[in-house]
Ligand binder design. Structure first.
Ligand code: 13P
Length: 249
């Protein structure tokens, strides 16, 4: 399976900074063919970045969207608008959205359905908090998030979904999960996919890891059988370090 390395710029980079980052980054990764590279800039930079990456080996993604296609939803962005801006991917259910904006599994499920309907590929984020890990509730949390976010999504839809395991305690803290800790959860997610879907889906769904991924730890993480890529925050804001991260083979 081709690994997926995705950059989540979060609420960073204005248009000028986005252009400068992409221009530098594109040169560094232009010969990479064995990795699918996705960048997810803030909404305001999508259009400019899309123009710059046309014909390159970089795909465009957004960091969020609403589930309705249009209408009176002040401040929201629809799947149609993301398609129009050139997006192929959309990150959904990021823990920062769950925590700061009270997103529930039910809402994320609606967003996934709307994304699939509009031919956007969701990157579904799930992950436990430190408190849940310490209470030994990691697997229970993961199972609950995965089952509810994927409610009524069939095999055909699942073919276009990647799952990102992002332990909340590892995000932006510099403290990544060890490859073994991550692998344990990734393996569990794959088992759940087998239970909900079939062997084909379980074996071919990309399960990527996020949380303090850096050039110094990506190789060890990628050696794990069930880690099929990375979702990168901080280290994706610098062209050199994200370039290094994409050069994993
Ligand atoms: P960091 O790489 O900054 O820890 O962020 C991870 C993340 O939340 C990616 O979505």
């Amino acid at each position: 399976m081709k690994p997926l390395i995705a950059a989540n710029w979060k609420m960073n980079k204005d248009i000028k900074e986005s252009v400068s980052l992409i221009n530098k980054f594109e040169i560094l990764i232009k010969n990479i063919k064995n990795v699918e590279i996705v960048v997810c800039p803030p909404f305001t930079s999508l259009n400019e970045v899309n123009k710059l990456i046309k014909g390159s080996n970089i795909d465009l993604g957004a960091q969020n969207m609403y589930f309705e296609e249009k209408g009176a939803f002040t401040g929201e962005i629809s799947p149609l608008m993301l398609k129009d801006a050139g997006c192929e991917y959309v990150i959904l259910g990021h823990s920062e959205r769950r925590q700061c904006f009270n997103e529930t599994n039910e809402l994320i499920n609606k967003k996934i359905k709307a994304a699939l309907k509009n031919k956007l590929k969701p990157i579904l984020c799930i992950g436990e908090t430190l408190e849940q890990r310490e209470k030994n509730e990691t697997m229970k949390t993961i199972e609950n998030q995965l089952i509810n976010c994927l409610n009524n999504i069939n095999e055909k839809g699942m073919k276009n979904i990647s799952v990102a395991y992002e332990p909340v305690w590892a995000i932006g803290t510099g403290k990544n999960a060890t490859p073994q800790q991550a692998e344990e959860v990734h393996k569990f997610i794959r088992k759940l996919l087998l239970k909900i879907y079939n062997k084909n889906i379980a074996e071919n769904t990309r399960i990527i890891y996020g949380g303090s991924v850096k050039p110094s730890n990506i190789k060890e993480l990628m050696k794990m059988e069930n880690i099929n890529g990375a979702l990168v925050g901080g280290a994706s804001l610098d062209a050199e370090s994200f370039g290094e991260l994409c050069n994993i083979k």
